[in-house]
Design a protein around this ligand. Structure first.
Ligand SMILES: NC(=O)c1ccc[n+]([C@@H]2O[C@H](COP(=O)([O-])OP(=O)(O)OC[C@H]3O[C@@H](n4cnc5c(N)ncnc54)[C@H](OP(=O)(O)O)[C@@H]3O)[C@@H](O)[C@H]2O)c1
Length: 235
């Protein structure tokens, strides 16, 4: 598919800008959605992408942005208390072409089937984030959970990519993934942000990931390397 057209919802964020770059590297036509005040953060891509400014939970904005797209990459952020994530996800599912590949980002804390096993430190952090969120109304993790619940229940061609803790730095290659947090391969809990974006963009053309919620980890982290070595030994 040489002339694929993709929409990136939340293009101005760190993850979003890496996805724009990976999409342009593949010669995809790119439409980016971001808040009006963040358009300047996409200056480096000027003339190479179409920008549609607006709130990502504004249904008219999304309708316009996803028109004619073969794929939609959506950054689900837990910001604000206006059902931002769930509103965004719903609009994407309602207006994207039914055949389009829809890729959503979230964190490990999202569970599809309740079979994820979280380390105690992770559970403490999530509790704290929810508590601060309720107090300040700046973060709404429950709304990101609701967004993903709706995606899991939909018959669109979706993938929900669940990111580990993130760090900056050069690409190390495509992250490895597993079905459940708690699987040994994921133990290192670290992915380069640029590679999280790479996984999202590669998922557009990987039909094996349709209706999956892969939890990812950097391919060069100790747990990923140990897992790969184990596979080698077993031949
Ligand atoms: N950070 C982590 O360690 C971590 C770990 C696991 C998973 N994740 C997942 O990774 C994805 C992106 O994370 P990231 O850390 O790389 O962030 P990021 O890409 O920098 O994204 C932040 C996004 O949130 C938007 N935003 C900020 N404040 C907002 C507000 N008040 N209302 C609406 N939108 C607002 C930003 O838009 P503007 O450009 O307009 O400001 C930007 O698009 C998310 O799906 C997240 O759940 C993150």
């Amino acid at each position: 598919m040489g002339s694929m057209k993709v929409c990136i919802v939340g293009a101005s964020g760190k993850l979003g800008r890496y996805m724009v770059q990976h999409a342009l590297d593949r010669d995809y036509e790119v439409v980016g959605v971001c808040r009006e005040r963040s358009v300047g953060k996409l200056e480096a891509f000027k003339g190479r992408i179409t920008i549609i400014p607006g709130a990502t939970n504004d249904r008219e904005v999304i309708k316009k942005a996803v028109a004619g797209c073969d794929g939609v990459l959506t950054v689900l952020v837990p910001w604000g208390a206006q059902h931002y994530s769930s509103g965004t996800a719903q609009a994407v599912m309602d207006y994207a072409n039914p055949e389009a590949r829809l890729i959503f980002s979230c964190g490990w804390h999202i569970s599809r089937d309740g079979k994820d096993v979280y380390p105690p430190s992770f559970q403490r952090e999530e509790k704290l984030a929810r508590w601060i969120g309720r107090l300040t109304r700046l973060v709404d993790i429950d709304d990101q959970v609701e967004a993903c619940r709706r995606v899991f229940a939909s018959d669109t061609r979706w993938t929900v990519v669940r990111g580990s803790d993130l760090e900056e730095g050069e690409s190390q290659g495509l992250p490895v993934w597993s079905l459940h947090v708690g699987d040994p391969v994921l133990e290192s809990n670290m992915t380069r942000r640029v590679d999280f974006a790479l996984f999202m963009v590669e998922a557009l053309e990987n039909d094996e990931l349709i209706h999956e919620a892969p939890a990812i980890v950097g391919c060069r982290t100790p747990s990923a390397l140990a897992h790969a070595a184990g596979l080698d030994r077993r031949g």
